[in-house]
Design a protein around this ligand. Structure first.
Ligand code: HEC
Length: 124
């Protein structure tokens, strides 16, 4: 009986043990996955390449509009904002309200997702 139970459980244990292997590396954090999904088409984090938007490496603590070679909107350049978890939270919830005239127009309505993404950005 004991052997049977083990035989039944073994595949489950193996499946459970192999699951984290799939999500190793940066994917392990929920914020990493969310960043890829919500921001990754326009923003790079692993490299300092600019895309549709400026790269976001070291963005927490960075003055807005300060990446060399990225063509910002005049509005964002002149905003006087420094990116902190708090200003990022306000910006992501509604970029256009915080910085009228910014070229980033997409709002992110899910507060949990915003928090996870901002946490992830702060860890980079
Ligand atoms: C459809 C493209 C697009 C998506 C998706 C997008 N952004 Fe942006 N983002 C931009 C653009 C374009 C700018 C530059 C805005 C400007 O110059 O006014 C920008 C600017 C920013 C800035 C200011 C950077 C700086 O150097 O001052 C931050 C911070 C930012 N985005 C964070 C995010 C995050 C976090 C996400 C995902 C939740 C995201 N963005 C999703 C296009 C995008």
């Amino acid at each position: 009986m004991k052997t049977l139970a083990l035989a039944l459980l073994a595949p489950l244990i193996v499946a459970g043990a192999s699951a984290p292997a799939h999500s190793q590396g940066t994917d392990a954090a929920p914020g990493a996955r969310l960043f890829q999904q919500r921001c990754g088409t326009c923003h790079q984090l692993a490299t300092t390449r600019n895309g549709v938007g400026p790269h976001l490496q070291g963005v927490v603590g960075r003055p807005a509009g300060s990446v060399e070679g990225f063509k910002y909107s005049p509005a964002l350049k002149a905003s006087g904002v420094t990116w902190t978890p708090e200003t990022l939270e306000t910006f992501l919830a509604n970029p256009g309200t915080m910085v009228r005239g910014t070229r980033m127009t997409q709002r992110f309505n899910n507060a949990d997702e915003r928090r996870a993404i901002i946490e992830f950005l702060g860890s980079r």
